[in-house]
Design a protein around this ligand. Sequence first.
Ligand code: ATP
Length: 821
Amino acid sequence: MAKKKTTAKKTKPKTPRKPISFKLSRQQQIILGSFLFFLGLALLFSFISYLFTWKADQSLLQTGTREDNASNWLSLVGARISHFFVYKGFGIPALTIAVLTALTGVYYFFDYAKGALKKFWFWGILLMLWLAVFLGFFSNSNDILGGTVGYEINDFLQDYLGLTGAIIVMTFLAIIYLVLRLRLTPERVSTYFKEKKNALAGEFVSDATPEPVIVDNSSTYEAQEILKGSTTGGDETAFAKAETETPPTTTSTFEQNVQNLQPTLTKKTPEVESSFEVTQAPEEEEVIPTPETVVEVEVEKPVEEEELTDNLSSKLVEDFGEFDPTLELAKFKFPPIDLLKDYTNGQGITINQEELEENKNRIVETLNNYKIGISNIKATVGPTVTLYEIVPEAGVRISKIKNLEDDIALSLSALGIRIIAPIPGRGTIGIEVPNKNPRIVSMRSAVASKKFQEAEMELPLTLGKTISNETFVVDLAKMPHLLMAGATGQGKSVGLNAILTSLLYKKHPAEVKFVLVDPKKVELTLFNKIERHYLAKLPDTEEAIITDNSKVINTLNSMCIEMDARYDLLKNAMCRNIKEYNAKFKARKLNPENGHKFLPYIVLVVDEFADLIMTSGKEVETPIARLAQLARAIGIHLIIATQRPSVNVITGIIKANFPARIAFRVTSKIDSRTILDTSGADQLIGRGDMLYTQGNDVVRIQCAFVDTPEVERIVEYIGNQKAYPDAHLLPEYVGEESGTSLDIDASDRDALFRDAAEVLVIAQQGSASLLQRKLKLGYNRAGRIIDQLEAAGVVGPFEGSKARQVLVPDMMALDQLLNNE
Ligand SMILES: Nc1ncnc2c1ncn2[C@@H]1O[C@H](COP(=O)(O)OP(=O)(O)OP(=O)(O)O)[C@@H](O)[C@H]1O
């Protein structure tokens, strides 16, 4: 036992101090809960009985003794307390206090989250005050309707504003209450009544979903009506309800019915060979994390059975809780969604029925010209392109349709037609046709989507929306590296910003760090403002964002050192990857004394990779390839963007290690093949239209658009918050060229050479660690300066473990020495 105590004592100073907390134990909560509940109940009884007995007990209030029998149900105490709260206080509305007290008791007893309770108290007290003043209209000074407080405030209002003024003020306050507390708006009231009306009118509305609707040429009018109903007209709330209740892939009863009818319809109209379905992609539900919706979650600790093991880590966790990496910036607030602009003004996709019909007819016609019969066409309208899915008649060769790509493009007189033959897993052939009026997918809608908000991923990225208008969310940690290519002006920079923004909206500064390489110097410089929050840099460098190609080599090699160091840590901790390692560290199973620390993910973003390869070639390629091969397990992920996806830039070794690729529009089929291993990227329409592959399927996505001012607002918001003292420091890397020769040229001296000489002369001690401390240098730089000082004759030669001798006795001698050089 005694031994156990000493271990605990020894370790205490090493772990962070436990913050003082007033958290009650479960037992204390139950006791407090019961106390408050019964107190509330007692108050309720005494207040209620006071309403009937106050006159009878009046005489006992001042002079009553234990012999007197008060009529209040809680006798003399009840009468006195009630007199205070009801007569002197708030009249009948004082009952609110009793109810709120009892409710607080219930919350503590069952350990419910207390967030709602605070609201109950706040609004309850306001309501009580309002009611007291309101009842003051009807009470005299000596009755208990609104109590003394209610009466006096009412009297005060009437004295200054008159009866009419007082009524106006009270009505205004009531409206504020209804709008803020009950969220009542005229629209909601009218929607409520409309809903009621519709419910009475029948069940049609609740069945209507924006799911595929088969449109037969002969029944176009009907289908249009239905489409109108599901897009623009109709009850919005009912629409949204139907949308959330019916997953987009399930077939609605309505569609089934129509499908059953299909053969009959086709037979009826012999001049039309094919039926035509239109799918309006469902608008996704948005989850906007406004401050009100952030519900405090309090998790009740499961009651653990007592264990008799002397386990230090579980004891530490018991005493201090799990390690929280975010503690240093505990008050960090994620940027609110309002910083992003909504380019669509909340509107969904609008279907242009004419355009759909026209395109469908042309496709059918063109294929008919080549004797290709179609049994069915279905259209899915996406933000920028519409996918027409064709089921060809039996016996038609797929390659035949594929070869007609140019002919169909010609007949539709549209750019960017892409034929997917066949669509994997669907048994159909897809023809993607750009919409005449493409819609911008705003980053706001992508970030606010339920899919992204609820994504349980290590590094979630929302890239945009797919053709079926679903938000596309992927985990960078699973990719594990991303290659992006696209001709100039096709949306690469916007894509990079979308990726970085996604991470800023989901990850705390303690969890992820960026290393940004931007040879163009203008694209990523915005992120300078969050240097001390999210960026990582080499020690001794001024700017975290690397714009100089020569520095890139040092940074990449430094990341390789970091990678090796992380692998060592993982090996010592016997973990296979960073996730396991961090979980172990959080559970206090790894001792920080042994060099263990919480490891943030590091995301390296390189814009204009081609430029880098051209200037530095192998020097860059080797560390990049090493990182790409090995870094996935230890949480370093690379995102590389290039304008020129030629084979000498995206070499075989790089391609092999970047299975996830994004292609914006490129100029040639060859470029498309280089990046995606298939053509298609040359057929895109630009402005964020992209293809994404993670090794197998190619998905067409409209990249979310985030403009520079939006990114500026976000970094400004983050940059204005409390930050770490410095950017995350990467290990120092010394290039091969910097050896330790003694004939160092005076012009090559370090910028801090003179300062360093002064420090050593004043201290009369030639030690590198002194320089490190005084001038805040890294070890390597301090070592280099010492070598330079030796060459200049300021300090003596290396003497093993002893500090070097300082050869200059004072500052005057130093000045003389350096000036005479
Ligand atoms: N997702 C998008 N939605 C709508 N418009 C977009 C989108 N992405 C890009 N654009 C438009 O295209 C323009 C160019 O985009 P961006 O600057 O990202 O191109 P880029 O590929 O980075 O070009 P460069 O390689 O020359 O820097 C933007 O200013 C914007 O108007």
